[in-house]
Design a protein around this ligand. Structure first.
Ligand SMILES: Cc1cc2nc3c(=O)[nH]c(=O)nc-3n(C[C@H](O)[C@H](O)[C@H](O)COP(=O)(O)OP(=O)(O)OC[C@H]3O[C@@H](n4cnc5c(N)ncnc54)[C@H](O)[C@@H]3O)c2cc1C
Ligand SMILES: NC(=O)c1ccc[n+]([C@@H]2O[C@H](COP(=O)([O-])OP(=O)(O)OC[C@H]3O[C@@H](n4cnc5c(N)ncnc54)[C@H](OP(=O)(O)O)[C@@H]3O)[C@@H](O)[C@H]2O)c1
Length: 272
């Protein structure tokens, strides 16, 4: 009897969009999709999402991009948060997806921006610009993060206040973890208003980049906490120039990524 040639199982599955949330029209949105049964991940990891953009092959994904999981590992569905890059090949059609539409997901997950990168420490600083927030949302939705660190500082840097997506969820998490979680939004192109950010002191409303706030010591003032390399563990996620500049500033202060299995006190992820 001749054996038929083995057919390799596809490295991806077709999932279905179950919810679309627009945070800022034509700029920021989130998608929730069905979750493949065997899809496992650790908060901070990312998936590769696929779209079938060739009209002659509507059921074959031909364009893929990395997206961090926003959802926690125990959620039934997967959530992703995305910017729309106006001339981008992927994010504009991704933003057009509606409930019931298909989205393909690679079977493998990737990335080392996870809490496994760190030895135990007291303070966890999660520093993001733009959609770099995604990876931290998964961590903050996971109770084990709160069991591991005494204090957690989440800094989200954006150009304008309207880009502070997930703000209500973060304020609510802060209320659930009083004294443990600090949510520190920062804007660079307009001041924050006290109305939008009632928990912030008036001095924390001035526009400034994350790098400037770190250099001047104002980041620690706003967080009401010292950035001490012996007890702080720092994550950087988002704009690659921000990551490079912050990494250099932090290395001067004694922060370094882990090497050869030795955990460090700094972990980073570039989004492009
Ligand atoms: C590890 C990893 C995780 C990522 N996770 C996310 C995520 O959770 N959410 C998300 O929106 N994107 C994420 N990205 C970026 C994402 O993969 C795409 O690059 C993005 O959706 C734009 O795709 P595009 O084809 O439209 O534009 P691309 O051709 O991919 O990018 C064009 C240009 O747009 C800018 N750009 C790309 N991504 C961003 C961004 N996220 N924010 C601001 N400017 C950007 C850069 O200048 C880039 O050169 C991640 C990237 C990596 C490497
Ligand atoms: N067409 C448009 O009008 C328009 C408008 C907005 C966004 N977009 C698209 O959206 C993308 C930008 O998205 P985004 O605003 O989420 O991301 P972003 O450009 O990375 O900006 C996010 C935040 O990071 C800050 N930042 C940038 N570089 C930094 C650095 N080296 N050090 C410290 N902080 C730094 C920015 O400050 P600064 O404000 O000081 O840069 C901003 O507050 C672009 O790729 C563009 O395609 C388009």
């Amino acid at each position: 009897m001749t054996q038929s040639p083995a057919v390799a199982a596809p490295r991806y599955t077709k999932q279905t969009v179950t919810r679309q949330t627009v945070w800022a029209t034509e700029k920021l949105f989130s998608l929730t999709v069905t979750r493949p049964h065997s899809f496992k991940f650790v908060p901070g990891q990312f998936a590769r999402l696929g779209l079938a953009l060739d009209p002659t092959a509507p059921d074959t994904p031909n364009e893929w991009r990395a997206y961090s999981m926003v959802s926690a590992p125990n959620e039934n569905e997967l959530e992703f948060y995305s910017v729309v890059v106006p001339d981008g090949k992927f994010s504009p059609p991704l933003a057009q997806l509606r409930v019931g539409d298909a989205l393909w997901i690679n079977n493998s997950v990737f990335g080392f921006l996870t809490l496994d990168a760190f030895a135990d420490g007291e303070d966890l600083w999660l520093l993001a610009t733009g959609t770099g927030l995604s990876a931290y949302l998964s961590m903050l939705r996971d109770p084990t993060t709160f069991a591991r660190f005494k204090r957690i500082i989440l800094v989200h840097g954006v150009r304008y206040a309207f880009e502070l997506a997930y703000r209500d969820e973060l304020l609510s998490l802060m209320q659930q973890h009083p004294g443990q979680l600090t949510y520190l939004p920062i804007t660079t192109r307009e001041p924050l208003t006290q109305q939008l950010s009632p928990s912030l002191s008036p001095t924390s409303l001035t526009p400034a980049r994350l790098t400037t706030l770190l250099s001047t010591g104002e980041l620690e003032q706003r967080a009401l906490l010292r950035l001490d390399p012996s007890q702080a563990r720092v994550m950087l996620c988002g704009n690659p120039e921000m990551v490079t500049e912050m990494r250099s500033l932090l290395s001067e202060r004694g922060f370094a990524a882990g090497r050869r299995g030795v955990p460090g006190n700094l972990a980073v992820e570039n989004y492009w």
